[in-house]
Ligand binder design. Sequence first.
Ligand code: TEU
Ligand code: CA
Length: 552
Amino acid sequence: MTEKTNHCWWQNAVGYQIYPKSFYDTNGDGIGDIDGIIAKLPYLKDLGIDFIWLNPIYPSPNVDNGYDISDFKDVAAPFGDLTRLKTLLDKAHALGIKVLMDLVINHTSDQHPWFIEAKKSKDNPYRDYYHWVDCSKKELPNDWKSFFGGSVWEYDSVSEQAYFHLFYKEQPDLNWHNPQMRQEIYEMIRFWLKFGIDGFRLDAISHLEKAPWDTKIVDNPWAPFMNVSGIEVYMQELKAIFDEYQILTVGEASGVTSKKAREWTDISTGYLTMIFELEHNIRVGHVGHQRIDVRGFKQVLARWQKDLMDVGWNALYVENHDNPRINSVLGNETEKSAKAIAMMYLGLKGTPFIYQGQELGMVNFPFKTIDEMDDLSDKARFKQLIAAGSTPKAALKEVSWYSRDNARVPVSWENKANSGFTSGVPWLDVRPNCSRINVADEAVDPNSVLNFYKRLIALRKSKRIFSQGDFRLLLAGDENVFSYLRSNKNEQLFILVNLSGQKVNITLPNRVINHHWQCIVSNTQSINLMRHIELKGYDGFIFERIDKKSSS
Ligand code: TEU
Ligand code: CA
C-alpha cells in the first residue's frame, strides 16, 4: 500500500450510527438528547467504535424527523444547543472518537426562512433558490412521482406555479443551478467544519441535479433525479471544501452504480470518501411478510466488492434509520442469526457502520395499532389500504413490517420500565419485552450478541487483511450461503455463513479444502472443512489459513 493509504484511518475504522431522538434521554422528556450521547460515549468506546454519525439534530418542524431543516446552523432545543454539541465533540475527541453530522442539502423545510421568502412572490430574491415552474393545477409540469408518494409538484394558486419536492411537500428541493444558493450552502458547511466536526454523511446527495422537466419516465420512475449529469459540478465544488479540511464524507448515493462509484470514491479524485449503496435490500415474499432475498443480496454486495476492489471504497451497512431490523428480515430474531449477519458483513472490505441497537440483535417492533406508529407515509398508506377494503389488522401488518419506525424504536438499555431509555414517556414506544435484548444484561453475558460484536470489531481491527485483503465470492449460485475469501500476499480468511434458518449441504472448492484452516470466530461449534459439509441454520464461521501461503 502507498504511503497515502496509511493516512486513511477510516479504512480500518468502525462507525456507529446514532438516531439521537431514540438513543438515550437524560431529562425525562421522552426524547433522546446530546447529553444522552455524551453519557454513552464510554459504552461506544468499549464497543470499539472509531466514529459516530448523528442523524439530523438541527431545528425542524419534524415532518420527516429532522430531515426537514428550518435552520442549518443551530441545534434543535430538545437535543440541546451548540454548547452541548461542542462538549460532545470535546468528550468524543478525548476518547479518540470522531463525530460526523448529517448534511441535508437536497432540500430544506418549507419553514426555512429561504422558502418562507421564496413563497411570497415570483420576484422574491429567494424564489430561484427552489424549483418553481409555471403550470395549472390540472396540468402539472410533468408526471414524476415523489419518493413518499404522489406528485413531485405542489401547486401554488396565487402565483400559478408549482414547486418541486422529491420527498414530502414540506421538503422543497433546492435549486442547485443557482450559484448564490450554492455559496450560502458552502458557507454553512464551512461553519460546521470550523466548529470542529470531523465529517458528514450527505443525505440524498445523488439527487441534487434533475433532468429537464419534459423528460419522460420510461421504466425507472426515479431515473430523472438519480445521479443526473451536471451533478459533477456541484460535487467538485463540495469536494474542494472537504479536501481543505481533510474530513470523512459518506454519501447516501442511491442510483450511483457500482461502476460509477469508482469515480465518486477514488482516493484522490473522488468527490467523497465512500458512499452507501441502496441496492442490496432486495425484498421477496408477500407484503407484510417480506424478507431479504439472500441470493440477490449477496450478488449485489459481491459486485460492489469487486467493482471497488482496487479503486474507491465501500461503506458497509445492514441497518439504518430507514429500514426494518436486519435480524427480523434476514435473520430469524435469534442471537445466532444476529451473530451470523455480523460475521457476514464485518468480514467484507470497506468501512462498516453499525446502527444503534444492531449490536444487541434488536428486532422489529410488534406494532398493535397504527397510532403506535410515527412515520407519515406509513400512516397514509394505512389509510389507503383501509379505504380499499383491508382489515385494520391486515393493513397494519402490511405497513408495519417494513416500516422505518422499526429501527426508530428507542434503544433497549436495561430490562426495566421504558427499557431504561427515559424516565418519562418515550416519543415512540419502547419494546414491550426487552428481557433478553438489552445493554445491561448483554454486557455481563460472555455469549451475548453485544460481546460477539465487540470481539469481532477488535479482531477486525487487529488484522489488516480485513481492511486491505482482496475479495472473492465462493458458492456464487447458492441460495442460502454467503461465502467468500479475503486474501492478501501472505494471508487468507475464509468467511462462511448460512443466511437461512434451514440446513444446507454445500460442496467446498479446492481453493478451500486443499489448505489448512483454523476457525477464529463462530456462532456454533467448529467444523472440519471437507469437500461436502452440512451447515445448520445460521451457522457462521470465519477461518484463518494456517498453512503457508505462497502466491495465489
Ligand atoms: O433518505 C433518502 C432516500 O432514501 C432516497 O435518497 C433514496 O434514494 C430513495 O428512497 C430511493 O431508494 C434520506 C434519509 O435517510 C431519510 O430518512 C429521509 O426521509 C430522506 O433522505 C429525506 O431527507
Ligand atoms: Ca431529552
